[in-house]
Design a protein around this ligand. Structure first.
Ligand SMILES: *Cc1c(COP(=O)(O)O)cnc(C)c1O
Length: 465
């Protein structure tokens, strides 16, 4: 399988090169040259299979001939062995036709572990025998950083630098990064928002001299392997609820649009998805884009669901590319216009394509808190504020048909956001061992201005070049 840039100006490359590259040199994101598909029988055969086996089948479609099949199976088995639930991503029923898909059973208690644990094995495979040391720079709205540090710390041929918005993430989120004692990890508290962090990382990728000097790679959801790994749980959840005979709908708490885009990919691969609800907090650029046809950024609000405090959703570029029939030059034009003006109008035909699958809704702070409380009262489940945004959006919009099962992606364990949960429902979540173990450990971090040159100098010095 070859990978093409959404901006059409970089040559196609293979799967492992796309994994190592992160962002394409023309500033675009890599996407598969064609969508691989599963037949109805192949999808039906996922029923009852262990998660790691379904993951191997999905990854094999994307890695093609780049990795031998038994090596893929070894990697997925290894990646998910450390999850604390046998199903890896279990479903929990909330209501007659409403379900939670718990994605937080990995080591750092958020869904980012699902992809990051696999990505670490892919790096290991791609770098074996290459004698290269990569520098991974990662922007995080809170959870990607911890998952990346946990998956990559202590690995000899990788350096990891995470950039997070200072003061805008929870203490547990921060500690999952800053308490790692390993020499190959650096944490940077950036004086700015997540959008600033992400824009710095994108600039680093476009500085060719720097990129080559430090051998730069990226684990944000600009990296195709992240999306590929997140496709898997759409299949396992849907099949458990009756796919491919029945269609399933999903509600996805979304910020950078990686997780929700993975749902689009699953549908292109043959999974019958009736609707994907984009659930945003007050940072509702994606909900507005779907509803109004205008992709326009606003100021970033700080909310109780900080992992979604984002106004520039990287992966929207991948959807736009699909919606304009994969015209790279049109995608490049639109993304440059957005970078300059902060807003673009989505062409009517492309908007139609987007609305075929997606609906959008923004949920405010009070409704998020009320949903944490009502979910606890009505079902006994304590949910985190990101999941609450998803549940509130699911209840507001619903599936297209009431008979369709509606699955809310539960993206974080409530213990990652104990203050917000306690404020909403009067008691705090039980702390799992992984969160308790962080308390009292020394933290290591450096503060830095939201400035590309300052970050470049820091990373160069860390890499010794
Ligand atoms: C990252 C994250 C999200 C948003 O996911 P995207 O792929 O960026 O849309 C939602 N909830 C939690 C808890 C997260 O960590």
């Amino acid at each position: 399988m070859q990978y093409v840039s959404t901006r059409g100006e970089s040559p196609p490359i293979g799967f492992l090169d796309a994994v190592l590259a992160g962002l394409a040199p023309d500033g675009g994101l890599y996407s598969p040259a064609a969508w691989p598909e599963f037949s109805k029988d192949e999808i039906a055969a996922f029923a009852g299979k262990p998660y790691a086996e379904v993951a191997a089948a999905v990854l094999a479609k994307f890695a093609g001939e780049a990795i031998p099949a038994d090596e893929i199976r070894r990697m997925t088995a290894d990646a998910y062995a450390g999850f604390d639930h046998a199903a890896v991503t279990p479903l929990k029923q909330l209501d007659s036709n409403l379900w939670l898909l718990e994605l937080f059973h990995g080591p750092t208690l958020a869904f980012k572990d699902v992809a990051m644990q696999l990505l670490a094995r892919l790096y290991e495979h791609a770098l074996a025998a290459k004698g290269r040391t990569l520098t991974i720079v990662c922007a995080t709205s809170g959870d990607t950083g911890g998952a990346a540090v946990e998956a990559l710390r202590g690995r000899g041929n990788l350096r990891v630098v995470v950039l997070f918005p200072d003061g805008r993430i929870s203490e547990v989120q921060r500690r999952f990064m800053t308490c790692a004692p390993d020499d190959n990890v650096r944490c940077l508290a950036v004086d700015g928002t997540f959008d600033d962090c992400q824009s710095i990382v994108k600039s680093l990728f476009q500085a060719q001299g720097f990129r080559e000097a430090v051998d730069l790679s990226g684990v944000n959801s600009i990296n195709w392997a992240r999306i590929a790994a997140q496709v898997v749980y759409y299949f396992t959840a849907a099949v458990a609820l009756g796919a491919p005979e029945r269609s399933i709908s999903f509600a996805v708490p979304t910020g950078n649009f990686g997780d929700a885009f993975a749902g689009y990919v699953a549908s292109r691969m043959g999974l019958p998805i009736e609707r994907i609800i984009l659930a945003t907090n007050g940072n509702d650029i994606l909900a507005r884009a779907v509803n109004d046809g205008r992709y326009a950024k606003g100021a970033v609000l700080a909310t109780q669901s900080p992992a979604m405090d984002i106004q520039i959703a990287s992966n929207f570029e991948r959807l736009y590319f699909e919606a304009v029939d994969r015209q790279g030059l049109e995608t490049a034009r639109a993304m440059r216009a957005f970078a300059e003006a902060g807003a673009i109008d989505i062409p009517p035909k492309a908007l139609g394509v987007i609305r075929d699958l997606f609906a959008g809704v923004g949920i405010g702070e009070a409704e998020t808190s009320r949903t944490i409380l009502s979910t606890l009262n009505e079902t006994g489940e304590m949910i985190d504020p990101h999941t609450a945004v998803g549940v509130a959006a699911a209840k507001r919009i619903g599936a297209k048909s009431p008979a369709t099962p509606l699955v809310v992606l539960s993206t974080a364990h409530p213990a990652k956001f104990p203050d917000a949960v306690e404020a909403a429902c009067g008691r705090g979540p039980a702390m799992p061992g992984a969160a308790r173990a962080l308390a009292g450990k020394p933290e290591r971090l450096d503060k830095i201005a939201a400035d590309v040159e300052a970050v470049k100098a820091y990373v160069r010095s860390f890499a010794g070049v």
